[in-house]
Design a protein around this ligand. Sequence first.
Ligand code: HEC
Ligand code: HEC
Length: 203
Amino acid sequence: MKSSTLLLASCLALLVLPAMADDKDIDARAASIRQTACQTCHGPDGNSGDPKVPRLNGQLAPYIFSRLHSMRYPVREAPRAIHNMGSVAPELQTKVIAAIANYYAGQAPMADGHAHDGLARAGEKIYKNGAGPVPACQGCHGVQGQGSDKAPRLAGQHGEYLVMTMQAFAMGIRVSEPMNRHVWQMPAEQMKAVAAYLAGSHD
Ligand code: HEC
Ligand code: HEC
């Protein structure tokens, strides 16, 4: 190698290596926060065993990121979210939030667990076709509830969390356009039906 090439290579190394070390540092910090904080409630790999705590495995990374980010300015968040996550999430750096979001998004989601009993069948109809003023959920959340670039994954989520969340939207204690608009006219029975369909056999 000519000495000028060698010089160029070492200059490049000086530029690139600190960036790589920095990324490793972020990943290590993200892993340690997951294992010491997040895991105690959300379970290993984000597959929470508590029906009030949402599953994060296979959730879309941009949605995880945006929800963690909104904990810093929690005017949009339900008191329950602030109560549980308010002490951990606001402390996190943006890069750490992104690494955590990528980790959970990369974990296998629950296998298709759509249930097909009476209640779940009623829920499937609402999910696919809507009901009166309530629009079809699949338009944003995906045909299978797998999520899309418009809205998060819902399939395989805990039914109890889904119902509580729809109620929080309906009462405006969790602020989200369009969800506040969509669910405020939904009777409790319809919320339960959609949740039964989405949670399926995993609840
Ligand atoms: C003390 C228990 C607890 C801890 C610790 C905790 N969470 Fe949560 N988390 C919850 C609960 C409960 C909710 C549901 C809040 C609600 O009702 O909106 C939640 C919601 C979330 C959501 C929104 C999920 C969704 O489907 O909208 C994300 C993302 C999340 N947590 C990530 C994390 C991460 C990352 C950490 C670690 C930095 C963490 N949580 C630590 C209890 C906890
Ligand atoms: C026009 C698009 C749109 C339609 C239609 C829609 N949603 Fe949503 N939904 C969203 C968006 C966007 C979010 C994320 C809100 C946020 O970031 O807080 C969301 C969030 C949710 C959440 C919270 C997920 C979580 O993990 O906390 C639930 C539950 C939900 N929607 C259920 C439904 C149901 C049930 C229907 C059908 C009755 C429906 N949505 C129809 C766009 C939509």
